[in-house]
Design a protein around this ligand. Structure first.
Ligand code: IPE
Ligand code: IPE
Ligand code: MG
Length: 242
């Protein structure tokens, strides 16, 4: 936790967000679900800008889960189109705020078009030194651990690693982005009390904050409230705190 431009606001080093409730936001207004996803982009921009301003080191946003591939084809198509547009339109936001973009997740089911836009934005922002923004797209926590296990097994087969040397640090090194600090704070919007296969390894000691508003309604004040709640938590990491 550090002093921030917002006087007493505690700022976690690493923040992860399950951006949930876009569909409900839209349906409650009699709109198509995709309208909620569209409006969700404004909330992404606000959140990225504010985290960058406050000096958050790493921000991981859950944009599309491995399980989301089982949604209706039309919703997936529109979401992917939106994602492509987002990856191009938000480049000025990333550059103006010195944000470096990363991708967390599997690439195999993403279209060439999405991958190209993603890779261009990652390359364009590679030298930025501020907040690292990891977009979790086609991401699953179990899949990430299975991928890590496969790569560890390959290293063993290649004779680079002995099974008895595999420990917690070995697994951590084989995650998608081992360089990112584990989230200190996990925020979920729209009130659900579950992790939905997000960062299962990394959130071991994250503080969890569930916010009732749907993601398109998530404002800077909600982010600040999450940070303030975080600042009041006593983090024990399994030890005894006097
Ligand atoms: C979160 O909103 C965005 C994605 C999962 C892509 P939802 O689409 O899950 O919205 P609800 O939960 O149905 O309201
Ligand atoms: C989690 O939300 C995935 C994202 C926010 C991208 P879901 O809406 O898919 O999760 P469940 O189905 O409610 O658990
Ligand atoms: Mg949802």
């Amino acid at each position: 936790m550090r002093e921030t431009p917002n006087a007493d606001l505690p700022v976690p080093r690493s923040v992860a967000v399950i951006m949930d409730g876009n569909g409900r936001w839209a349906r409650s207004r009699g709109l198509e679900r995709i309208r909620g996803h569209e409006r969700g982009i404004d909330a992404v921009r606000r959140t990225v800008e504010e985290c960058a301003r406050l000096g958050v080191e790493a921000l991981t946003l859950y944009a599309f889960s491995e399980e989301n591939w089982s949604r209706p084809a039309r919703e997936i198509k529109l979401l992917m189109r939106l994602l492509e547009r987002f990856l191009v339109d938000e480049r000025p936001t990333l550059m103006d705020n010195n944000v470096r973009l990363l991708h967390s997740g599997r690439r195999d089911r993403l279209s060439t078009r999405v991958l190209e836009r993603l890779d261009e934005s990652i390359a364009m922002t590679a030298a930025n030194t501020g907040t690292r923004l990891a977009l979790a797209i086609s991401y699953g926590g179990r899949q990430e651990l299975a991928d890590a296990a496969r790569r560890i097994a390959e290293a063993v087969l290649a004779g680079e690693l002995a099974p008895e040397d595999i420990d917690v640090a070995t697994v951590a090194r084989h995650l998608y982005h081992p360089e990112l600090p584990d989230p200190d704070l996990l925020i979920r919007t729209a009130g659900e009390l579950r992790v939905s296969n997000f960062l299962l390894w990394q959130i071991s000691y994250a503080e969890i904050h569930v916010c009732d508003v749907c993601w398109p309604d998530f404002q800077i004040e909600h982010l600040h409230e999450a940070f303030r709640t975080f600042g009041r938590r006593v983090r024990k990491f399994g030890t005894v705190v006097p």
